[in-house]
Write a protein that binds this ligand. Structure first.
Ligand code: FAD
Length: 328
């Protein structure tokens, strides 16, 4: 097993590679051993162009599975394809996104191939010639380090946003190998006819990509509604601190923190929140945090990647007007 290739299972939407795919390629390049090849598995309709562009993230070879059959993600069809490919090519390590697609495939493939799986990895450390996966457990209070036996297929799912995207070359020619695979009608019994995009207002906070969080600093419900107006324009989910919930501006399901939800969005805008420990514990897995607070000494700035010192009653309306102009 140790001598096999490292695979990354990519995700593709609207003719674009998703960010998690770029993260998987970049992390795959950092983890692959000198003798192994970094192989991307790219499945979809009209994805050939993306396949040729993967060299810029260090991918050396792509197995390309293309066609109308693959226009939408179908768990059973992917399972049929991947379990066959694994038997045929014997990779030693596979990376998936910790996404609905990766979470559906990785555990099933681990069982089917008698492999070993670690989910929701946020980092990897080298120990001798092995990789130790780091993942948060106990509601993000503890980091666990997990090693897998090298004598079986190793599978990992990676938390989106936890791994840096690195472009290694502007245009690197790579080997693209078409795989003419048709899923078996015996194994694929479900036909996916479409997906309905979740409404950010009702979708689970833990799955939201962009979150606007507001706190007591808004003063009253009318002012807090400004955050909702911005959320509608950005397609973002609105959440808040405990006082925002206690004051009845938000339902409890939208509370962030120790006694609320732990979130991991790509972008989090925090406004009118001081940054108490009980709040901050819920946001530490966010990818990029922007904080607005009128108090330059507010502790929230210590947790933020970017900070704006100022009054949100002035800043947010300007942001709303600018977005409306851009939309037009
Ligand atoms: P405040 O601390 O009052 O902060 C308001 C902020 O708004 C201030 O920093 C102020 O400078 C700023 N501000 C005011 N006006 C403006 C303006 N016009 N423009 C810009 N900035 C402005 N809290 C949680 O959030 N989640 C939890 O899960 C949670 N669990 C808890 C569990 C326990 C056991 C305990 C004891 C507490 C818990 N808390 C929790 C409460 C926590 O300790 C804080 O009291 C709370 O997070 C503070 O909320 P806040 O930041 O909205 O309010």
């Amino acid at each position: 097993m140790e001598k096999g290739d490292l695979w990354v299972i990519l995700e593709h939407g609207n003719k674009e590679l998703s960010d998690i795919s770029k993260e998987l390629c970049s992390q795959g390049r950092r983890m692959k051993k000198s003798h192994a090849t970094l192989v991307a598995i790219l499945v979809g309709r009209e994805v050939q162009e993306s396949a040729h562009r993967l060299g810029r993230y260090g991918v050396e070879k792509t197995y390309l599975v293309e066609g109308e059959d693959w226009a939408r993600f179908n768990e059973e069809a992917y399972m049929d394809l991947l379990s066959n490919l694994i038997v045929e090519k014997s990779p030693s390590l596979i990376l998936f996104g910790s996404t609905p697609m990766g979470n559906a495939l990785a555990p099933r493939l681990a069982v089917r191939t008698r492999g070993a799986l670690v989910t929701d990895c946020v980092d990897f450390k080298k120990q001798g010639d092995r990789w130790v996966a780091v993942k948060s457990i106990q509601g993000n209070k503890i980091n666990a380090k997990v090693t897998l036996s090298a004598d079986r297929l190793q599978l990992f799912t990676l938390k989106p946003g936890a791994f840096e995207i690195e472009e290694v070359a502007p245009l690197q020619p790579i080997e693209v190998i078409p795989i003419p695979f048709r899923p078996s009608p015996v194994r694929v019994r479900t036909k996916i006819i479409g997906f309905i995009k979740a409404d950010p207002k009702s979708s689970p906070l833990e799955e939201a990509e962009v979150i606007l969080a507001g706190g007591k600093g808004f003063g009253n419900l009318k002012e807090f509604k400004v955050l909702e107006e911005l959320g509608d324009l950005m397609g973002a989910t609105v959440a808040g601190s405990r006082p925002a919930v206690d004051l009845g501006w938000l339902p409890y399901e939208r509370q962030i923190g120790l006694t609320g939800k732990k979130i991991s969005p790509r972008l989090l805008l925090v406004s009118g929140i001081s940054g108490a420990f009980e709040f901050v514990i819920g946001i530490k897995d966010s990818n990029f945090i922007i904080a607005i607070n009128k108090d330059p000494a507010a502790p929230i700035f210590k947790s933020a990647d970017a900070g704006i010192i100022g009054d949100h009653h002035e800043i947010l309306p300007v942001l709303i007007e600018t977005l409306k102009k851009v939309e037009k």
